[in-house]
Ligand binder design. Structure first.
Ligand code: TZP
Ligand code: MG
Length: 215
């Protein structure tokens, strides 16, 4: 995938795992979200009740297959081994995970996404070979318990003003009421967990976001 294709794929990026699906089967949530127009998916199995070991591998394999069938890029959060086992299209790492340069080197053919909170982290991620950045939290979130303070879309605008041209998504507390502001600040797309996975109707929620993002 070239950089322009990646920019497009990031437009509406669903991030989730089983703890985010309110008891529904993540497969059904993902399928509905794809029907509703998501453009990329990240398996992020974290929080209370997160699956591990063979159960995580089995869920990952089902979701990975669905993404392959529907031509949705499949990214794994944090876990290099899982990403390799599932033949993921990419991996997403945070500032507390393995250094981006090392991951880039170990997984030369994968999309490498890096969470960056400010211009300095964005410049480092770029230098280390990141393919895209996740920037947040944009707004207050209850999904990530150790999330930092919300920075608002101004954080993205500062990165763009500082010369960062990498594909970039905002994340954290994004829903249909505020997604447009994130795009206007310079993001190529929005990454959401609860606005789709926690919605009573994930398909309709994805449709609502999607229609805003293509105005
Ligand atoms: N990283 C920064 S905020 C966040 C992550 C994974 C959680 C976003 O979840 P939500 O439900 O879209 O606020
Ligand atoms: Mg992480």
């Amino acid at each position: 995938m070239n950089q322009e294709e990646l920019r497009k794929a990031l437009r509406l990026y669903l991030v989730m795992g089983s703890p985010n699906c309110s008891g529904a089967d993540p497969y059904d949530v993902l399928e509905a979200a794809i029907d509703g127009g998501i453009t990329m998916f990240q398996l992020r199995e974290k929080g209370p009740g997160a699956l591990q070991g063979p159960a995580l591998l089995a869920l990952g394999a089902r979701l990975r297959r669905l993404c392959a069938q529907r031509a949705i890029p499949f990214i794994v959060n944090d876990d290099e081994r899982l990403a390799l086992e599932l033949e993921a299209d990419g991996i997403h790492i945070g500032q507390e995970d393995a250094p981006a340069a090392a991951v880039r080197k170990r997984l030369p053919n994968m999309i490498v996404g890096v969470s960056a909170h400010d211009l300095g982290e964005a410049q480092s991620a770029l230098a280390e070979g990141a393919d895209y950045l996740g920037v947040g939290p944009q707004y207050a979130t209850r999904t990530k318990l150790d999330a930092r303070e919300a920075q608002g879309p101004a954080g993205i605008a500062r990165m763009r003003a500082g010369g960062i041209q990498l594909p970039l998504v905002g994340i954290g507390g994004i829903d249909a009421t505020n997604a447009s502001a994130v795009i206007r600040a310079g993001a190529d797309g929005v990454a959401v967990v609860s606005a789709i996975a926690g919605a009573r109707a994930p398909r309709e929620a994805a449709e609502a976001l999607s229609s805003l993002l293509y105005l």
